[in-house]
Write a protein that binds this ligand. Structure first.
Ligand code: TXA
Ligand code: MG
Length: 398
C-alpha cells in the first residue's frame, strides 16, 4: 500500500483549483482537496476557498487548517450539519464542540454572558490558540454543546481559517479533524487518512504551526477562570496576565486556574469539567511508553520489551548524545530538550509516521511540566499505555 504522502503527490488535477485525492468509497462522499498552502494574496485566497465556503454555508463538512491542528468544520447554527461531524469522526455525542469565529463581533450573538475577564482575555489572546468556555445563547444548538449550558469559542490565528469562516459567514463548529481517538491531524494528509470519503472538502494549508490543540479556559463560572485543557497559551501566560489584570489574587485562585488532571478528578469522583478529558485520545496503533525520570535508565529498562519489536523513538538531541540506539530503531529527534514548542509541534506527526512505518512500540521522552511542556505531557499521557520511571513500567495515568 502506498503511503499517505505518496497518495498526496499522485493526486490528479480536477477542474479549477480543487484536487481529487481519489474516488470516494462507494456510497460515500467524493472528498476534494483545495491547496492554499502557498497563497498569500487575499483575492486569490477568496477564489480558491469559494467552493469550500459555499459548502460550509450549505451544511457541508469542510476540514481546514488552524494554527493548532486541522479542524473538521460545519455550520454551528445547523444541527443536521453538526450531527454529521459526530458521524464522520465516530465521536461520542456527549463531547461538545468548539465554535470558531473570524472576529470578536461574531461571538456576541452566540453567548448569554460576556464577562469582563472574557473581554480582557479576548483582547489579549484572540486571535490565537485559546478557547473560552462561556454561557451559551439559544443560537447554539444542543448538538454543538452536547447539552451543556456553555459553549467553547475560539478565533484561530491562521489566516486561511479566518478567511474561510468570514466567507462562509457562519460560526463554524469544528473538532479536530481526526477519527475519534486518533492523534490530531497536523497535515492535510492526516485528515485524508482519517476522513477520505466522509467529508466534502479538505483545505490544505500545509503543516500547522503549533501542533497541539488550543488551551481550553472556562470563564463561565463565578469561581474564576480555570484551564480545562492545557495548550500553547500556557498556564504561565494566563497567570501573569490575569494577575496583572486583577482577576487572580490568591493561592486558591492560582490552583483553581491550573485545573486538575483527569486522574485527580476520577479519584475524587468529580465529574470531568471538560467532557473530552475522560476519553482515551491521540492514540496511534502502536503501544506508547513514556520515558520518564532518568530517561536513559528508562530506555535501558525497556530493552527486553523492545526485543524483536519494531520501535519508534521520539526524543531530544540531549537524549541521543548519551543513549546507545541501534540502527533498527526509527528515530524522530525534536531538537533540544528545553524546546517544548518543537516537541509539541512534532508529537502527533511523529506518532502517525511511526504507525505508517508499522512500529509496534513507540517510546517518547517526557518533558518538564511547564510552559508548553504541560500541553505536550497532557497529550502524551492520553496517547500512552505505560510510563517508565526508576526502572519500573507503570500504567500511564492518562
Ligand atoms: O485547537 C483546537 O481547539 C482544535 C482546532 C480545530 O480549533 N479543536 C479541537 O476540538 O481540539 P476538539 O473537539 O478535538 O476538542 C475540544 C475540547 C474537548 O476536550 C471538549 O470536551 C472541550 O474542548 N469542550 C468543548 N466545548 C466545551 C464546553 N462547553 N465545556 C467544556 N469543555 C468543552
Ligand atoms: Mg480532538
Amino acid at each position: 500500500m502506498s503511503s499517505v504522502r505518496e497518495v498526496a503527490t499522485t493526486m490528479t488535477r480536477e477542474s479549477g483549483d480543487a484536487y481529487r485525492f481519489g474516488q470516494g468509497i462507494e456510497g460515500t462522499k467524493d472528498t476534494k482537496r483545495i491547496d492554499v498552502s502557498d497563497i498569500v494574496d487575499p483575492d486569490v485566497l477568496d477564489l480558491r476557498l469559494s467552493d469550500a465556503a459555499r459548502s460550509l454555508a450549505k451544511g457541508g463538512l469542510v476540514a481546514f487548517p488552524t494554527e493548532t491542528v486541522y479542524g473538521l468544520g460545519a455550520d454551528a447554527t445547523n444541527p443536521e450539519a453538526v450531527a454529521r461531524i459526530y458521524e464522520a469522526k465516530g465521536r461520542p455525542s456527549d463531547n461538545p464542540m468548539i465554535v470558531h469565529v473570524s472576529d470578536v463581533e461574531q461571538i456576541l450573538p452566540l453567548i448569554a454572558e460576556w464577562p469582563d475577564v472574557a473581554k480582557r482575555l479576548a483582547a489579549r489572546f484572540m486571535p490565537g490558540p485559546l478557547t473560552l468556555v462561556l454561557k451559551r445563547s439559544d443560537k447554539i444548538p444542543d448538538v454543538v454543546s452536547a447539552g451543556l449550558d456553555t459553549v467553547g469559542i475560539r478565533m484561530p490565528e491562521n489566516t486561511v481559517a479566518r478567511h474561510l469562516i468570514r466567507m462562509a459567514a457562519v460560526p463554524v463548529a469544528a473538532p479536530s479533524a481526526n477519527r475519534s481517538g486518533r492523534p490530531s491531524p497536523t497535515l492535510a494528509a492526516h485528515v485524508w487518512q482519517d476522513m477520505e470519503g466522509r467529508i466534502d472538502y479538505i483545505v490544505d494549508g500545509g503543516q500547522t504551526s503549533v501542533g497541539v490543540e488550543s488551551t481550553v479556559l472556562d470563564v463561565s463560572s463565578h469561581r474564576g477562570p480555570r484551564i480545562l485543557r492545557p495548550g500553547a497559551v500556557t498556564y504561565e501566560d494566563l497567570l501573569s496576565f490575569l494577575t496583572a489584570e486583577g482577576f487572580i489574587q490568591t493561592e486558591a485562585d492560582r490552583s483553581w486556574l491550573l485545573g486538575s488532571s483527569s486522574r485527580q478528578q476520577l479519584a475524587s469522583g468529580e465529574a470531568p469539567p471538560s467532557p473530552g478529558m475522560k476519553y482515551r485520545h491521540y492514540a496511534p496503533k502502536a503501544t506508547v511508553y513514556i520515558l520518564s525520570g532518568d530517561h536513559l535508565a528508562s530506555w535501558l529498562a525497556l530493552r527486553s520489551v523492545r526485543e524483536g519489536k519494531k520501535t519508534g523513538l521520539f526524543v531530544s538531541e540531549d537524549f541521543l548524545l548519551n543513549a546507545e540506539v541501534d540502527s533498527s530503531v526509527l528515530v524522530h529527534c525534536f531538537g533540544r530538550r528545553s524546546d517544548a514548542n518543537t516537541a509539541a509541534h512534532d508529537l502527533f506527526l511523529a506518532l502517525r509516521d511511526f504507525d505508517t512505518e508499522g512500529c509496534e512500540l513507540i517510546l517518547v521522552e517526557a518533558l518538564d511540566e511547564q510552559g508548553v511542556g504541560r500541553a505536550y505531557m497532557n497529550r502524551l499521557r492520553k496517547a500512552a499505555s505505560y510510563l517508565v520511571e526508576s526502572g519500573q513500567v507503570l500504567p500511564s495515568d492518562n
